[in-house]
Write a new protein. Structure first.
Length: 137
């Protein structure tokens, strides 16, 4: 079988029949280049790296990140829902990061009375253990 043949037939390149692209397939170009006949003047400034923006000194200090504390919340019994400021954040036992300040903590579990406390958090870790009481039947 001669080189460049498939099943005994000689393959031509480019093929006699035009290649029709499939509009459902993305077109990818491996090398994007162009040939130019003759001389062409180039603007050398377009090939220079972009100038860095000048650094301006600021008189205002950068904003300080809000201080955070951590609440390590557990309950008896485990697997109770935790809400901080009315938002569900997980189930016990969990460690939750909160912004410094006052927060409303609720620990709830079906069949038990809700446990609620207001707590003021600063930096560091605060351990909270909610002892849930069974609901009266």
């Amino acid at each position: 079988m001669p080189a460049g043949s498939l099943n005994g037939r000689r393959e031509e390149f480019p093929p006699r029949h035009p290649v029709i692209p499939n509009p459902r397939l993305p077109i990818r170009f491996a090398n994007r280049s162009a040939a130019v006949n003759g001389d062409m003047k180039l603007d050398i400034a377009k090939f220079q790296p972009a100038a860095a923006a000048p650094v301006v000194a600021s008189t205002t200090p950068p904003p300080t990140p809000a201080a955070e504390g951590q609440l390590q919340i557990s309950s008896t019994p485990d697997a109770a829902d935790i809400e901080i400021d009315g938002n569900y954040v997980g189930s016990t036992p969990s460690t939750v990061s909160v912004a410094s300040g006052q927060h409303q903590i609720s620990v709830k579990k079906t069949g038990f009375k809700p446990w609620e406390r207001k707590i003021t958090v600063s930096t560091g870790q605060v351990n909270v253990n909610a002892a849930l009481e069974p609901e009266a039947k």
